[in-house]
Design a protein. Sequence first.
Lengths: 357, 607
Amino acid sequence: MTVFLVLIVIILFVIAIWQMTKIYKLSKPVKKDGEIQDVANNKDNRINAKLMLMFLVFLYFLMAYCFWNYSKFYPPEASSAHGGLYDNLMFITLAVIMFVQLITQVLIHWFSYKYHGKKGRKALFYADNDKLEFVWTIIPVIVLSGLIIYGLFTWSDIMNFEKSDDALVVELYAQRFNWKARYSGEDRILGNANVRFVEGVNTVGIDASDDDGMDDVITQELHLPVGRQVIFKLRSQDVLHSAYMPHFRAQMNVVPGMITQFSFTPTVTTEEIRETDYIQEKMRRIKKIRTEKSKELVASGQAQLDDYENFDYYLLCNKICGQSHYNMQMKIIVETEEEYQEWIKGQKTFRQTIAQQ
Amino acid sequence: MSAHAPALDHGHDDHAHHHKQTFINKYIFSTDHKMISRQYLITGLIMGIIGIAMSLLFRLQLAWPGEKFAIFELLLGKWAPDGVMDPSIYLSLVTIHGTIMVFFVLTAGLSGTFSNLLIPLQIGARDMASGFLNMVSYWLFFLSSVIMVSSLFVESGPAAAGWTIYPPLSALPESIPASGMGMTLWLVSMAIFIASSLLGSLNYIVTVINLRTKGMSMTRLPLTIWAFFVTAIIGVVSFPVLLSAALLLIMDRSFGTSFFLSDIYIGGEVLHNSGGSPVLFEHLFWFLGHPEVYIVLLPALGITSEIIATNSRKPIFGYRAMVASILAIAFLSTIVWGHHMFISGMNPFLGSVFTFTTLLIAIPSGVKAFNYITTLWKGNLQMNPGMLFSIGLVSTFITGGLTGIILGDSTLDINVHDTYFVVAHFHLVMGISALYGLFAGVYHWFPKMFEGKLMNKNLGYVHFWVTAIGSYAIFFPMHFIGMAGLPRRYYSNTAFPYFDDLADVNMMITVAALITGAVQLVFLYNFIHSIFYGKVGAKNPWRSNTLEWTTEHKHIHGNWEGAIPHVYRWSYDYSKLNEDEDDYVIAGQDYVPQNIPLQENEEEMNH
């Protein structure tokens, strides 16, 4: 039935256009001599020039609206040490490009309005001006050099990190469609591993002949002590994945056949970020949306949505990996050193896991 | 330049071309560039309808995830049980949408159409260097289109690994069923497409180099031709690399090699593959993938350069700088591919190099944008639909291009990589901009394609304004949900309650997309209606300088009835005044076509 309706709407739409053009043709006055139909005349130029101006207003309104209402979507203040650098660079770059955007869009649409065609108007024959072109070549060169240099220093800070003495080494293990974390245990060395060792309880393929691996701890949640450098070693079991942790401004692809790495130092605990105005406000908004949605669902006889009471950091998969790609996530908990030690002690080591078998 | 044309160069041309034309060699296996161009355009438009329809389908799913739609049931059949879209077909839709739009619509549909139409006409040639290869090129394109479309009907579903088809996902049917037959057809289709593209490009290059009419020096070429010429060169340089990637992938899939596969445990068993690397595939893919962006965009920029100059009644500002920036963009485009791979696991030092080269592209692009704006300044702008789309292109090219400065910066890429920020960026800068170029070209050169008929301007205005507002309404807000960290290629965002407050924006975007999609029907109607009932305009309706407007309405084999016109000037003598500055060079006419010799009382320029 609905299909039928859709088809009717489409057909009616086409007929409407057809009729409109017919009416338009009939209502058209006899054309003046020398004027070709369907080539813009003075009236068209005038109307479209005004529309150009109105379009500029629309565009400015749209940009203002988006910045005003949607800026709040930008993730909260970074929860990692390098995140501040990232945000700084982002805001400077945004300011520069919005400045250019605001000026150039005015010029395009204003000129289109101001110089719209008129009978008798003479265009200026203006083919070249080396000085002018030099100016708008050299200004971008200078601005971009600044951005490039700033960007490259930040990049190098983030990527060419030095391993600190107390760094925590964690392996993120990706498999369709979930994540696991492997901690290096007491010896602080991750044991050798390869998918060829995956069997039974040995879910991440630790080489059982390597002593370093025996005290490794495999978990479903990622717990990180605040203020301590974490070095992630990323390994995939099957296809490409990408470990994306937006609140820490961190992302790295996970590639089968190689170990990639990324490092950051978490600076804000889960407890702390829940207390921030940003998250409180965000949770209020989301709770409102979810309550309303749940009401609708219940009214239509469906189950209501799961509760979403507390914010948690998350890690999500950001490289298409199959059907359930959209739901491949892991909870991240940033906590104090004591809480972390407490938690890790409660986890089973690889030795314990295989012994239990 | 001498005005005495030696009779020599007409030796071949003057004997009448009266081959008997049958239906088959006129409409189907035609070797005439004008017919081939129409074939490209119509095939491209049909593929465009499919591609855009797909985007509307998955936009519905994104706005109302898991909701039932009768249209899903109707079009997707078993992939939408009870009208709810299946996650695998969602991935197929985004994959095929990307493939079709990038390759079939914006590469073949845009460059194929206008390179074929305009290269011979604007340089003053009877046809392409090889009409036969040109025909083969089209039919290979057609074949690849048919294979791509037929892959939609495969039992296990069309390819679904994203248009970038990264292995191992695309190599292993164990990971997604769509990587079986669907992916095979995708690869076969693309291999044929690449052959088509190469034949076409080689032909364009040879034609531009060898068949220019007397007086048409390279510095007198219209910018359209420069753009098509350089586009063809980039195509020849980069498309073969995609073919090699596709071949290696085919070997990995079918013959047990390990170019891209290593250490994989899937479906409960370990694969034998060892030593390959998906990163290698990414390098090969993006070695084409990035230049491809410019293969799509440069023709659009060439088309708008021509249309803006003509309709502003002014020479294009900074012709030499425009040519130089086309060359610079083309050169740089081949050494920036790594910016798609900053976080792929490649060495961070490489990331630095690619950041550097990538941000350099902003310079020639900026020069182009400023030169367009200056061309508008103090013009006498004729607001024809083609002109509106050209102005629209400059606007979206700038908006979309600027966000490239964020994505091209390896640092900033970390947190917006593969989010909707990227989607918004490339849709504005290459999707919408190139589509505007395509529309501008169709409105402008419709009379040349369809024997003097013009498209209805009022429908054109409706088409433009709704599209212009709609495209911004779709893609501008999209940047913000991307910055929020919303990943692309997610079937639904409901698994993350954190994204719940973005749902409204997604709905708004979908509504805008539906409206913008609907208004394209106005264009289609106008296009088809005008082919049959369009008003025949003057021989040179836009009062343009280029050579194609010196031909008659009626298409003839060889383009010009008599001798090929000679060229005595560049194509941008609009509103040029005589030496006394009391009137135009030709009194009362604000343009001087390229085939008009230097007039008395006219100052000679460098061109």
